[in-house]
Design a protein around this ligand. Structure first.
Ligand SMILES: Nc1ncnc2c1ncn2[C@@H]1O[C@H](COP(=O)(O)OP(=O)(O)OP(=O)(O)O)[C@@H](O)[C@H]1O
Ligand SMILES: [Mg+2]
Length: 452
């Protein structure tokens, strides 16, 4: 099922009229109720977006008290419902007070089916626009982006972004430490983009991906004839970055011999191309990253400590995704939006249980793993909503880490997410469903950092 089902609830106590109305709607899923209680039961179970409501319901079929009571309860339970009330032959007055009580529109009795359909269709149209808007608002409206393209709502990351902002316009060297896929390169670019070097080049070089024998030439360049095969002069990355930012990725992979040469450059700020004679002054901001443990490497004499101190005037430890409160879900929604737009526009969101899984998974591959999993799920999805099995996360992997407290917390979270999504974020109703008081639920939301 890819298109949205449009659910309509008809509240009408006259069985003949109920039947007639029911069969007049072709492209809706129609539910009927003859009294207030039935109406509310269906509202709870089916969550129709639109309700047509006869105000004259038993036990007051000739008055409007029961109809108004139903209206009030419907809107209390699901405030975004569009309720269209029937106004009797005589009184437009009742219709007007229904509108001021929150009804969306009214129709005249005896019913003109075409006119009623027009009103109902319009209500659906407006409701679907509203939903679209709510959906977009949920996806992060820009305020969660820091340093331009880094998406986060987590205090742990915002702190880091602040550090980077503070040092951006200095020339201190920055070392970014963090697990794979935590966004080291993205942060390096962010740093460059907010610095006053932003109009000059940002040059990234992955020192781990280039064979040792080529790395020196790649970094420093070479003159024509410097070695066999050097058929022309080549400018190195350091020189290309002049005026801008040089990002040395996987700096821990630089061989010792080259570490010496890099150190000399950082001390003197001049380079010589391989086979060259002249010294070329270079002004670059150096940012580096590694997922290796440089302290261990220093102890094992695999990395020079003097180079380390040159590269790491400021060190920034980027937290793993699982330690960024709320970010997994935030980023998941962002990636879903992005990939759906590119590849599968009928995908609109996640099932609540999928969000629970995303929130609780440990994400060993961090943002990159999340991005890849969401991309895959979006491509594979046949439904509007992505279910947890599409994420291909084996939750059992995690069980062995759980103690009783964590297991309870996990169960709590699951139940809370379900209740909140079932009530469309209405806290009072979610608390009712969970059988706890509203303040208790608020406390739990705070404790577990769940956003509604
Ligand atoms: N906070 C974030 N907001 C949006 N996208 C992010 C964020 N963090 C990472 N990404 C995305 O995740 C992917 C991995 O990020 P990046 O390449 O910067 O990580 P890395 O730490 O350099 O990884 P590796 O150690 O594997 O080189 C990229 O596609 C990047 O755009
Ligand atoms: Mg990287």
């Amino acid at each position: 099922m890819t298109s949205e089902t449009r659910k309509l609830l008809i509240v009408e106590d006259d069985p003949g009229l109920q039947k007639q109305l029911k069969w007049s709607y072709e492209d809706f899923e129609v539910f009927c109720a003859s009294n207030r209680k039935e109406a509310l039961d269906i509202l709870r179970s089916e969550e129709p977006d639109i309700v047509t409501l006869d105000l004259g319901l038993p036990p007051d079929p000739d008055g409007v008290t029961e109809g108004f009571a139903a209206l009030e309860e419907i809107l209390k339970l699901k405030p975004d419902t569009k309720v269209i009330v029937a106004s009797g032959h005589s009184s437009n007055e009742a219709a007007m007070s229904a509108i001021s009580a929150g009804a969306w529109d009214f129709y005249q009795k005896p019913v003109d089916i075409d006119e009623l359909h027009l009103i109902v269709n319009r209500a659906f149209h407006v409701r679907s626009l509203e939903k679209r808007k709510e959906f977009l608002e949920q996806q992060g409206n820009g305020k969660d982006f820091v340093l331009g393209n880094i998406l986060t709502g987590a205090p742990e990351m915002i702190k880091i972004a602040n550090t980077i902002e503070r040092v951006a316009n200095t020339s201190v060297s920055v070392m970014l430490l963090g697990g794979s896929g935590t966004g080291k390169e993205l942060l390096a670019r962010g740093l460059h983009n907010i610095s006053d070097r932003r109009d000059k080049p940002f040059i990234a070089i992955n020192c781990g991906a280039i064979p040792e024998t080529l790395l020196e030439s790649e970094l420093f360049g070479h003159e024509k004839g410097a070695f066999t095969g050097a058929v022309k002069t080549v400018v190195g990355r350091i020189e290309t970055a002049n005026g801008g930012t040089l990002f040395l990725d996987e700096v821990g992979d630089i061989p010792l011999a080259l570490q010496v040469k890099l150190l000399r450059f950082l001390q003197e700020r001049v380079i010589e191309r391989i086979g060259g004679r002249k010294s070329i002054p270079i002004d670059v901001r150096v940012v580096c990253a590694t997922h290796r443990n440089l302290n261990q490497m220093i102890a094992a004499q695999e990395f020079r400590d003097d180079l380390y101190f040159r590269l790491a005037e400021i060190t920034v430890q980027i937290p793993s995704l699982k330690d960024r409160t709320g970010d997994a879900v935030l980023l998941a929604k962002h990636f879903l939006n992005k990939f759906a737009a590119e590849m599968n526009p009928s995908v609109k969101g996640f099932r609540p249980e999928a969000l629970t899984v995303i929130d609780q998974w440990t994400w060993p591959g961090n943002v990159r793993e999340l991005e890849n999993k969401i991309k895959r799920a979006v491509i594979m999805a046949d439904d509007r909503l992505i279910s947890s099995d599409l994420l291909e996360i084996d939750e059992d992997d995690e069980q062995e880490f759980l103690n009783l407290k964590a297991a309870r917390e996990q169960a709590d979270r699951k139940a809370i997410y379900r209740a909140i999504s079932r009530t469309d974020g209405n806290i009072s109703n979610a608390a009712k469903l969970l059988g706890i008081s509203r303040p208790t639920l608020y406390d739990l939301l705070k404790q577990y950092n769940i956003e509604t």
